[in-house]
Design a protein around this ligand. Structure first.
Ligand code: S3P
Length: 173
């Protein structure tokens, strides 16, 4: 990352790990802007992520996701970037995130994730993941991708949004 460009901090991690809420608090603490990739995708598509999956399929969603990531990375700004849980599945995205700044991996146990996301119909990847066990399986399959992308990880179980954000600020020093 070149010195004159603002540093981008990208939050990565599985669905329900708190990327969006922690991102808001972290951006506030750092005094920088925030970009939410899922939100940018929905604005661009003019519809919800669930609808994109349903009508165009996951591949079309992933293409849009890479597009908004690349555009965000091209901004000459210090930003906190909140990503979607599957962004790391494409190694090209990992490369972009790492080139552009620091990747912080928010971790949570399958039980915590299940408690946070159950009953929320807005996540198509979890449409059939009706148990903590199933979430654990999807999470395990993705672990190597989070590991390959992250500069460091923060465990979030039992911590408040403010505590997690403060811990990230400390680790960034
Ligand atoms: C996805 C995570 C979602 C969203 C989409 C796919 C995934 O974002 O991008 O539903 O594959 O893990 P959140 O992690 O913000 O829920």
């Amino acid at each position: 990352m070149s010195a004159e460009r603002g540093r981008q901090i990208t939050l990565i991690g599985f669905m329900g790990c708190g990327k969006t809420s922690v991102g808001e608090e972290l951006a506030r603490l750092l005094g920088v802007g925030r970009a939410d990739l899922d939100q940018l995708i929905e604005e661009r598509a003019g519809t919800t992520i669930s609808e994109i999956f349903k009508t165009k399929g996951e591949a079309a969603f992933r293409a849009l996701e890479t597009e908004v990531l690349n555009e965000t990375a091209a901004r000459d700004e210090a930003l906190v970037v909140c990503s979607g849980g599957g962004i790391v599945l494409d190694p090209k995205n990992t490369e972009t995130i790492r080139r552009r700044g620091t990747a912080v991996w928010l971790r949570a146990s399958p039980q915590t994730i299940f408690a946070r996301v159950s009953g929320d119909g807005s996540r198509p990847v979890l449409a059939n993941a009706a148990s903590a066990e199933r979430i654990g399986e999807i999470l395990s399959a993705r672990l190597p991708r989070y590991e390959a992308t992250a500069d460091f990880a923060v465990d979030t179980d039992g911590k408040s949004i403010a505590e997690i954000a403060r811990e990230i600020v400390e680790r960034l020093r």
